[in-house]
Design a protein around this ligand. Sequence first.
Ligand code: FPP
Length: 261
Amino acid sequence: MWRFFPQKNKYVQEEAEFTFDRNKAVPKHIAIIMDGNGRWAQNRRLPRVAGHKEGMETVKTITKHASRLGVKVLTLYAFSTENWKRPEEEVSFLMQLPVDFFDKFVPELIKENVKVHVMGYTEFLPAHTQDAVKRAIEQTKDNTGMVLNFALNYGSRAEIVTAFKDIYAEFKENDASKEDITEEVISNHLMTGFLPAELQNPELLIRTSGEERISNFLLWQIAYSEFFFTDALWPDFNGELLEMAIATFQNRDRRFGGLKK
Ligand code: FPP
């Protein structure tokens, strides 16, 4: 296994704990917290935004790789509701990224049969970002393969509050009783509710850059997800590391609170 040591800025090869097995199931839904762009740039004495630009290249690589491995949904945390606190220059760079990404990459997404979706409070994004997103969704709407789901201006607690408000309004309108509130009702009102039930919850959550936090990402949906943390910074993440994460998943014993069979 290649482990990345940010302080030394180098990878050290250790023996892989598990090997990826093409005959074993691949997680249907993978979610990724793409972290470490800033450190990647700083390690090279480049401005932080250079890390985001390189991170965008990793998004392309991982999208194609995941799609070819048979993943059904890939959810990427691209901008959180907390990221507005960053310097204005960095925020505007991040808001331009989807425009560049979709302008150049949509033809390949179409070739790969990948369908774009965006979840988050997109109404607060600048008009050019919203337009790029809408165009990409429209251009890929007939694709039937992997869903590439960007979390853009997304925050999980806000998502849960919105879901509760929507449920309250609907229940009032339909005279529904509190007994009608079920896990399914809540799940379907979250931003992953557009997916069929069996795909709403990621089976595998990956976070890069050595941080081991959830950072307000998919709090309800990751109740039974397997976690994979790697020291690799997002711009250094690659297909080999994705397969390593999947190999780890394939070797976990998922019991969902039950006993080992
Ligand atoms: C976290 O790294 C990364 C982000 C907040 C932005 C993620 C965005 C991309 C990877 C590009 C997305 C591409 C598209 C198409 C939307 P950080 O800046 O927090 O890194 P640091 O922790 O090292 O400072």
